[in-house]
Each structure stands twice: as C-alpha cells, then as structure tokens.
Design a protein around this ligand. Structure first.
Ligand SMILES: *Cc1c(COP(=O)(O)O)cnc(C)c1O
Length: 230
C-alpha cells in the first residue's frame, strides 16, 4: 500500500479511537492535510488516499497548486499568516481562512469578498502561546475582535484557530487547548450576529489526539500524513 494511504488510514484510526474515548462523534472532526512545501505528486497521493481538505500556508505556492490540481471536490483552507495585500487571492481560492487576527485584515477580506459576491468563512487566530513573534490576536482581545468582525456583511466567523508553543511532549499542549476551547465558548455565549462558533482548529501531527480530547473539530496534519516537507 502507498505510504501516504497508510499514514491517512493510521491517522483516521487514531482519530476514531480518541473520539470514542471522550465520547465524541468522529464524523464531526475534519482532518486537514497540510500540504505546504509538498510537491504535486505527493498531494495527488493524498487525494487518492481520500484526503478532501487541504491546508496551505503560502499564498503564491498555494494558488499555483490549486490551479494545477483544479479539482472542485476539494476544499482548500488557508492556514498561514495572511497579509492584507494578499486577501484578494485568499478570498478567490480558499473556502476557509483560519488566520484572521486583525480588523484591518478582516475589512480587506470583506471588501474583496463583496467584489465577487462571496460570503467568506473565516476563523479568528488566537495567539495562545503569548509569544510576541507568533501571529494571532491576544486571548483577551479575541471577543472584541469577533464582535467587530460580526458587523462585516461578507464575512462569516465560524470559530477560532490556535497553536500551542512547540514541544515534543503533547501533554504540555493540553492547557493551551483547554484555553482555546474556553475562548471559543466565551465568544459563543455572546451570540453575536452572523457568527457561528462551530469550529475549533487546533492540533497538528504531534498533538492532534490531545487536541481532539479537548474539543478540536479540525486538526491540521502535515508531516504525519505527507512525510517531511521539502
Ligand atoms: C505546518 C503547519 C501545520 C502542520 O504541521 P505538522 O507538524 O507538519 O503536522 C499545522 N498548522 C499550521 C498553522 C502549520 O503552519
């Protein structure tokens, strides 16, 4: 069997076991195959193995791949840092943008979405690790940003995304995942118009099982699925 197919089957089995352990429905958890810096052949193998949602970080690289693969049944998610001047491309090519962390960026996305009569779904990225180098809005400002974005007519907020600081021990990520879940719940109870806090995008190759235990609905998996990046 192809290695990527093996990897995908293994990940799906782990996901199902973990979901069962915490009495969650595995069908409500989406695996995003993170294909940044992977070549087209590798991505094709993923698609053949059944990967339906792909995550990309770099807009130029992503747009080239999306055009080349040209498969309308796939869903492409933008998970990298997004500059406002690239919002137009992100809106044109991506179903979900995980990394909205300023009102300025949201306004630009809103403007570009309006131009092509699209309602752009997004997640708000939280700087959960509180490292100044990381992107994302500070936890204590997330609710206010959600409220401000809720007033933009061509954007629909669907949840939040976050990344704990890197560690080799997945248990160390758990408190950060708990914090992200709490931020999601805090925004949810505000009942802002046009917001539906369905999604919690957290967990990567190293720690996705812990993330699922703590409520992740989207896990972003790169190397464990596709192997080392180029
Ligand atoms: C690269 C990346 C991932 C995937 O990381 P792996 O450790 O390879 O699974 C997930 N999320 C984001 C935001 C990334 O940049």
């Amino acid at each position: 069997m192809d290695q990527i197919k093996k990897n995908f089957t293994g990940i799906k089995n782990e996901l199902a076991n973990t979901a069962e352990k915490v009495k969650r429905n595995p069908d409500e958890i989406t695996i995003i195959g993170v294909s940044k810096k992977q070549n087209i052949q590798t991505i094709y193998k993923g698609i053949q193995a059944g990967v339906k949602t792909l995550g990309e970080n770099y807009i130029q690289e992503a747009v080239e791949k999306i055009k080349l693969i040209n498969n309308a049944s796939l869903s492409w998610h933008f998970i990298g840092h997004l500059q406002s001047n690239k919002a137009k491309l992100a809106v044109k090519y991506f179903d979900l943008i995980h990394s909205v962390d300023t009102l300025k960026l949201a306004k630009e996305i809103d403007k570009q979405a309006e131009k092509i009569s699209k309602i752009q779904t997004i997640l708000i990225q939280i700087n959960i690790s509180e490292e100044s180098s990381k992107s994302g809005i500070d936890s204590d400002k997330a609710c206010k940003l959600a409220e401000e974005i809720s007033l933009l007519k061509n954007i629909k907020v669907k949840g939040i995304m976050g990344m704990p600081p890197f560690t080799s021990d997945p248990e160390k990520a758990r408190p950060f995942f708990k914090k992200l879940k709490k931020i999601k719940d805090d925004i949810e109870i505000q009942n802002f118009p046009l917001i539906s806090m369905t999604h919690l995008s957290m967990g990567m190759s190293q720690d996705f099982n812990v993330a699922i235990e703590e409520g992740a609905t989207m896990v972003r998996i790169g190397t464990k699925l596709f192997g080392q990046r180029q």
